[in-house]
Design a protein around this ligand. Structure first.
Ligand SMILES: *Cc1c(COP(=O)(O)O)cnc(C)c1O
Length: 493
């Protein structure tokens, strides 16, 4: 599929250049006189000497080796790799937004502050919360921020013994991790046969030491927690708070709200649900919404509006403090605001409806060929298991690698951890029926190959530049720079 690319170092020819500099018009300095001698290079750097056209082709070739939402289908469950509308990029690049600096005085950046204020209001309305902070830079940081507020609340109410956070076994790994970093012990609550939180078990573990229940809804199996109101009652009666992991709110926008389900805190991932581009670990935004009771603990400064004037209020004595320098990842917030304004309330509801229809369509097309551990209506994503194929010697990892040959980014695999050999598929709302059908056909073909020619799947991928990596070696001993001798390591590209 992709052509072999000559390494730029091998194209190098002595004396060839791709640049020209103006003649030197300042006196030459002796570096040894102005820098410590161990900082001065003794030998010329060994850089490739190539023409402008060669370097152009090199970087262009590199750029298309990457798979992104703009180049193909990317059904990575739980990660919500949805299309990033280009209008969002235009607004984020407007000079009035792109060229300001967080140290500028408030009166010079009123427009940016108004945007943040409005975005907070929209997110409050979307989630059913009273107040929102835009400070956290990612979902995980939002979780930690929310838990620190819950902690401050319990301490202020003389309940410091509330040191346990209940987390379902299907939760995203960041949930128990955030609980630990916020100083809590995490307690696991089981998933029952329905794929939902085991209510009886929840009642057993909730008690006087419960600080909070952290819940993802729809859960990571793509199922809506049917007993949500009862679960809220159990936790509130025990004196705990309810935390909603809203990283993937694709299925609920405009349909239901965490605030109405009884949740006290919610975080959103603007880089997932609200279209911020987030491949390769780019900047994120994980705003946190809270009910009134928790509002005094919000990170400071808090954005305020008096008349038509926006100000930062630092006088928040109960605040947990700052969680990030400045005011959040502003560029991602501009993109999310643009998205919300272009979609409107009705548009956001349609987003969720289409996301759910797409996921259900794909699930039913795959159902005859794969084990469906929870055979019920799914939300914006679903989980299938490769148990049948495993009996033929083909693992889910092999099928994921084989999908690369068809030009797709594979789904999330082996997560959630409570389903054997699982694949977690999230098609998102913007994909067409044709794309969904082509993807389904490819996976169905792979399931047939598992029967007729398993080696083909086990040895995949066949068409990519880099073949199957030794993942342990790649993680432990990555080769990150060009090595002149032919390297045996598969990670040297
Ligand atoms: C992605 C995700 C997170 C973590 O968000 P980051 O921005 O990666 O820190 C938390 N919970 C769920 C359910 C997620 O999908």
């Amino acid at each position: 599929m992709q052509q072999e690319m000559a390494l730029i170092f091998e194209l190098s020819r002595d004396g060839r250049t791709g640049y020209s500099l103006p003649e030197q018009d300042v006196p030459e300095v002796n570096l040894d006189e102005i820098l410590p001698s161990d900082c001065v290079r003794k030998n010329e750097p060994e850089l490739p000497e190539v023409s402008e056209l060669q370097i152009m082709r090199h970087y262009t070739a590199l750029s298309v080796r990457n798979h992104g939402v703009d180049s193909g289908f990317y059904p990575l469950g739980s990660c919500t790799m949805k299309y990033n509308p280009k209008m969002n990029e235009d607004t984020a690049r407007l000079a009035g937004f792109a060229h300001i600096h967080p140290y500028q005085p408030e009166e010079q950046v009123q427009g940016a502050m108004e945007l943040m204020y409005n975005l907070q209001s929209h997110l409050s309305e979307i989630t059913g919360m009273d107040e929102v902070t835009l400070q956290p830079a990612a979902g995980a940081q939002g979780e930690w921020t929310g838990l620190m507020m819950i902690r401050a609340f319990h301490e202020a109410n003389n309940q410091p013994q509330r040191n346990k956070v209940i987390v379902p076994d299907s939760a995203h790994g960041t949930n128990p991790a955030s609980a630990a970093v916020a100083g809590f012990e995490s307690i696991t609550v089981k998933t029952d046969k329905r794929g939902l939180v085991d209510l009886a078990h929840l009642k057993e573990v909730a008690g006087e030491d419960t600080a909070a229940l952290m819940l993802t809804n729809p859960n990571t199996l793509g199922l809506f927690e049917e007993d949500i109101v009862e679960m809220a009652e159990v936790i509130h009666e025990a004196g705990g708070k309810l935390y909603y992991d809203g990283a993937n709110s694709n299925a609920i926008l405009g349909i239901t709200r965490p605030g109405d389900m009884g949740f006290d805190v919610v975080h959103l991932n603007l880089h997932k649900t609200f279209t911020g581009p987030h491949g390769g670990g780019g900047p994120g935004s994980g705003p946190v919404g809270v009910k009134k009771e928790l509002a005094p603990y919000l990170p400071k400064p808090v954005l305020q509006k008096a008349g038509n004037q926006f100000t930062w209020n630092y006088d928040c004595p109960a605040s947990i403090g700052r969680v990030k320098p400045y005011y959040g990842n502003f560029g991602i917030n501009v993109r999310a605001y643009t998205y919300i304004r272009t979609m409107g309330a009705e548009g956001l509801r349609k987003v969720s409806e289409y996301a759910v229809i797409n996921a259900n369509y794909l699930m039913r097309r795959l159902e005859p060929y794969f084990e469906l551990p929870y055979n019920k209506h799914c939300m914006h994503e679903f989980v299938i298991s490769g148990k049948r194929q495993k009996k033929l010697g083909v693992r889910t990892l092999d099928m994921a690698k084989r999908l690369l040959d068809f030009g797709y980014h594979p789904p999330t695999i082996y997560f959630p951890i409570n389903v054997e050999e699982c694949m977690m598929i999230e098609p998102t709302e913007t994909e067409s029926k044709e794309t969904l059908d082509e993807f389904a056909d490819s996976l169905i073909q792979i399931s047939k190959e598992a029967e007729s020619e398993p080696e083909k799947v086990q040895e995949a991928p066949h068409t990519t530049v880099v073949k199957r990596l030794d993942e342990t070696l790649a993680a432990r001993k990555p080769v990150l720079k060009y090595e002149r001798a032919a390297s045996t390591s598969p990670v040297n590209v």
